[in-house]
Design a protein around this ligand. Sequence first.
Ligand code: BG6
Length: 255
Amino acid sequence: EFVATIEGRTELSRTLSRTLGIPTVHVVSGDSDQHAWVKSTLGLQAATVLLGALQPSDVIAVAGGTTMAAVASMAPSKRQPFPVKVVPARGGLGEEVEIQANTIASVLAERIGGTSMMLHVPDRLREDTLEQLLADPYVQQRIPEIRNASIVIHSIGDALRMAERRQLDPEEVALLRHHGAVAEAFGYYFNEAGETVYAMTTVGLQLSDLERMRLILTVAGGHSKARAIVAAAKAYRMDVLVTDEGAAREILNHE
Ligand code: BG6
């Protein structure tokens, strides 16, 4: 099925980089939709890229999800403390605790020898509750640190699959369908053209904050994420994409 040779994957990376307009692309072998170990390989590759890019005083904003959990658990343990801080990218997106950004931030910080900061924000906030929360000193102190992070690391999801996992209301799902949402990242939903069609009400990183960051590292694999990756790549800048052959081939078959 897959040509897992290094030459084959280097060629895939180059083609994908050109197609998506992402300067650096790494393609690991396999398809994470088919084999669970591929997600660990993705995680290891992404953690290696991250460690290679770290500079003292970096603030790393991490998103949630199973891919990010793999990045944290596969990150090689450092013996020496390293002066970086890991923060959750956004609060309260409706994920299970193991794959919440807070949890992943603390695991990753522990492994790379840095410190972490939590952001406790409940899921599914109403606009007025959000306003109250934003006035809270605890939140006010944390938000700027997240929004001014130097590095962000995240994954991308298929829009409707993420809507289901986060138990969005039927009205919200209908709206996503109506607007042709295909991708989701950081709680933002995008259509095929990369336009934001819906955003979840929570605090933390805003899409516009990405522009200021030194490194935007995206980790997403599995053939089922192909469409989502293409759409998200149109929505915001990505500096490095770590993906797998399953997603890479599916993207190139359709572009
Ligand atoms: C997160 C992103 O990192 O990963 C989400 O913030 C994305 O927006 C999610 O949908 C994907 O989750 P998973 O479990 O497929 O890695």
